[in-house]
Design a protein around this ligand. Structure first.
Ligand code: G3H
Length: 541
């Protein structure tokens, strides 16, 4: 069978989908959570089409998964009002609730979320084409993230459950919420990355306006009841609709205190500028990245190939941390390319439920055309497709293409391809990749491949000041989630490890007084009578 025929036949007929992975019922969402209620919706809807196509009598068709409300500015504004009311200038039930009670709400939510695991995993797979195994991983990683966040908050609270005395001033210092948080997540980790901002923002006592990602929306539907029943009214509100229609008016009110977005720097910049008082707006952002691998002539090439495949092609290269440009020393370039092409040819292509599948269809409808444009542009500027079948595409599926030699005239040199295309640049002088990183608009991570300690040492010191994580002999990645995840330049604002996120979505507030007898008595009285939630030495065991 030719490769083209193989691609045509990778998409199943409806009957060929194994029963346990079939989407038994389309999900037509006609309600959304706002102000503590599931509000009915009878207006326009967006039909959700899967990247998974089905062979039908009329040819190949994207499977309809369901639909969701396309609300407008009016509904978005009502959700904002609900979040503002629930915060109530910091006097609401949620922002003043003692930490152990907030934790209890979150634990109840986590329990309900676990009950929904099968539905959510199924929807991750169908909505974004992530392999079933990775969809399960995304769910489990999110639960682990919530549990670790709860533990980190307990630690934070324990350390704050005491008074300090400095230069005659008694103080109690805690972290307090910031207000209303507008939270928007990305399509590639629609559950996990959204929750790595939403959960810490929520548990710190903020109230939430949550817009699910454009691809990866319906998978949040099973959780809305849990949000409604586990948190006070108006604490979590959802907004649905076109981002360019509903988000601008929300920002222009000036009532959003924190913008948290995992997406593009272009959108983040536009939104920040819409806020009437930029100094009041906190922004916690995970943005563009173009992480490079630098493979020296002293590298273990088999290891470099293995990590390059994982780094550039896991989830079809649709990770912000993906390796998006590869620099290889010209002495080893030929061998590296040959080994890389061989490794790619071993990757299993197919439907997300297939065991061991690595490459799957892409959820963004315009992505195959964009990747073709990048590949054509590279070829026009002197690159060749190195691997067999590289760039072959059919409907929503694109087979990985290795392009070599890439140069600065090509789109792939700077643009974040966010897909299965691997641009490779040869170098003789190590200054070449260093200069690339210096000039880059991005500054998230880099991967260095070498077995020479002196060479690595000479690269580490300059590169830690260009990016936020230097990976040695391994791909770039976000995890483990307790490590800091951030970036320089246009790659991020703020830091998102588990403990850092709790800090990012809160501000330190303190109560202070002079160490007089009268003041000491007053403090003792408040603490003993337990009349303040803030001024308290209660300890979470
Ligand atoms: O899309 C960016 C994600 O944060 C990447 O996370 O490195 O764990 O795949 P990961």
């Amino acid at each position: 069978m030719s490769f083209e025929e193989q691609l045509h036949q990778m998409f199943p007929t409806a009957d060929a989908i194994p029963a346990e992975y079939r989407l038994e019922k389309e999900v037509h969402q006609r309600e959304y959570l706002s102000g503590g209620e599931m509000k009915p919706w009878n207006g326009d809807v967006h039909t959700v089409l899967s990247p998974i196509c089905i062979q039908t009598a009329n040819g190949l068709e994207r499977k309809v998964i369901g639909s969701y409300p396309l609300c407008g500015p009016e509904e978005a504004m009502a959700a904002l009002d609900a979040a503002v009311l629930a915060y109530n200038d910091g006097r609401g039930e949620w922002p003043t609730m003692p930490v152990p009670e907030r934790i209890a709400c979150m634990e109840k939510f986590t329990g309900k979320m676990i009950e929904k695991k099968p539905e959510i995993v199924q929807l991750i797979m169908w909505e974004i084409g992530k392999s079933y195994a990775d969809s399960v991983k995304e769910f489990d990683r999110t639960i682990e993230y919530i549990n670790t966040t709860i533990d980190a908050l307990k630690d934070l609270d324990r350390n704050s459950s005491r008074f300090e005395i400095e230069q005659g001033i008694i103080a109690q210092i805690r972290r307090s919420p910031l207000g209303v948080v507008l939270c928007m997540g990305p399509f590639n980790y629609p559950l996990n990355e959204t929750f790595t901002t939403l959960i810490p923002a929520l548990i710190m006592g903020n109230t939430i306006l949550f817009k699910p990602p454009k691809h990866g929306t319906l998978l949040h539907y099973p959780l809305l009841e849990a949000f409604a029943s586990c948190f006070p009214k108006g604490v979590v509100n959802t907004i649905y609709g076109r981002g360019n229609v509903i988000i601008g008016p929300l920002m222009e009110t000036g009532k959003i205190n924190v913008l948290t977005l995992i997406g593009s720097s272009r959108v983040a910049n536009q939104l920040k500028k819409m806020h009437p008082k930029v100094n009041r707006l906190r922004a916690i952002l995970g943005l563009d990245a173009k992480n490079a691998a630098i493979i020296s002539d002293k590298a273990d090439l088999d290891l470099a190939v293995q990590e390059t495949v994982l780094g550039s092609l896991s989830f079809n290269g649709q990770r912000c941390t993906a390796l998006k440009i590869i620099f290889v020393h010209s002495k080893v370039a030929d061998v590296f390319l040959q080994k890389l092409s061989a490794a790619i040819s071993q990757l299993k292509i197919g439907m997300p439920w297939e065991k061991g599948v690595f490459l799957t269809p892409l959820p963004e409808p315009q992505k195959p055309a964009y990747l073709k444009e990048c590949i054509d542009d590279a070829i026009a500027n002197g690159a060749k497709i190195i691997n067999e079948n590289g760039g072959a595409a059919y409907e929503s599926f694109v087979y990985p293409a290795v392009l070599y030699p890439v140069n600065d005239k090509m789109k792939l040199y700077r643009e974040e391809q966010f897909g299965p295309v691997i641009p490779v640049i040869p170098f003789d002088d190590i200054e070449t990749p260093i200069e690339y990183l210096i000039e880059s608009d991005h500054g998230q991570q880099v991967s260095l491949f070498s077995n020479d300690a002196d060479e690595l040492a000479s690269l580490i010191d300059p590169l830690v000041n260009q990016v936020s994580r230097v990976n040695i002999n391994c791909q770039c990645q976000r995890g483990p989630d307790v490590y800091p995840f951030t970036g320089r330049k246009d790659s991020a604002e703020g830091t998102l490890s588990v403990p850092d996120a709790l800090r990012a979505f809160s501000i330190r507030s303190m109560v202070a007084t002079k160490q007089s007898e009268m003041n000491k008595n007053l403090l003792n009285r408040i603490v003993n009578d337990q009349t303040s939630n803030f001024l308290s030495t209660k300890y979470i065991f």
